[in-house]
Ligand binder design. Structure first.
Ligand code: GLP
Length: 243
């Protein structure tokens, strides 16, 4: 595992974008795994800027998003589908058919999850997976539990996640209770993984991840410790808080 410490959020976003820009330039047909949340917003802004400068081309890039709330329509402003379009896809030249975001309104969720897995396999798996991390250690929406799913599945959101994400809804009660998430297997099969964490709220979880050095289903992100190519980029605040 490689740990990179940047001064602040701007530095973290810049560093992550530099890595991704290089990977996209190296392989224009790259398959990216993408997260939502507040953490990757700076990275997405920098990718858009790089695209506008003509440094990267998304014509042949494929993307798979990690997760989506069950029950939200694609165009719902609180959906991850809407987030991805407004924060990234509307500003770059991705082909719509190359964009994959779980459909929270799928009628048969179980078979839909199977199809999502097959789509990832058919694309040759994820080349570079970008991740944020939940305050309880989730990656995607894989919540701490006795067992973790290998493939894409429907999960029940932890109360802490519902609380953390309530800021995007009118009230805590409006946050969907379930979500579709790529499983730990699909994430760990990615050739390269980049995890981003910044700010005070991530100190405790990154401390558990980096300093305990154990793998446990109670900290889903800890499975990343078993992967041969993981880069964790944090800001100074998280770094100081974990020392
Ligand atoms: C969300 C998403 C995750 C994200 C995490 C952290 O609920 N499902 O993919 O990485 O929680 O969010 P944030 O970046 O806003 O802290």
């Amino acid at each position: 595992m490689k740990l990179i410490v940047e001064n602040d959020y701007e530095g973290l976003s810049k560093r992550a974008s530099q890595i991704l820009i290089k990977e996209i330039q190296k392989d224009p047909e790259i398959v990216l795994g993408l997260p939502t949340g507040s953490t990757p917003l700076g990275l997405y802004r920098k990718l858009i800027e790089s695209y506008q400068r003509g440094e990267i081309d998304f014509t042949h890039v494929k993307t798979f998003n990690l997760d989506e709330y069950v029950g939200l329509e694609k165009y719902d402003p609180r959906s991850y589908n809407h987030y991805m379009n407004t924060m990234l896809f509307n500003h770059i030249n991705m082909k719509p058919e190359n964009i994959h975001i779980p459909n929270g309104k799928a009628t048969n969720l179980e078979s839909y999850c199977e199809e999502y897995n097959e789509d990832i396999e058919r694309a040759g798996g994820i080349d570079v997976q970008v991740l944020g991390i939940g305050t309880e250690g989730h990656i995607g929406f894989n919540e701490p539990d006795d067992e973790l799913n290998v493939g894409t599945s429907v999960i029940k959101l932890a109360p802490s996640t519902i609380n953390d994400n309530a800021k995007y809804f009118k009230s805590t009660g409006e946050v969907p209770e379930r979500a579709i998430t790529m499983g730990l297997g699909s994430i760990l099969k990615a050739k390269k993984i980049i995890l981003l964490a910044n700010g005070e709220s991530k100190i405790e979880v990154i401390d558990r991840l980096l300093n305990r050095n154990v793998v446990t289903t109670q900290l889903p992100a800890s499975f990343l410790l078993l992967h041969p190519d993981v880069t964790i980029i944090i800001d100074e605040e998280v770094y100081e808080g974990c020392r």
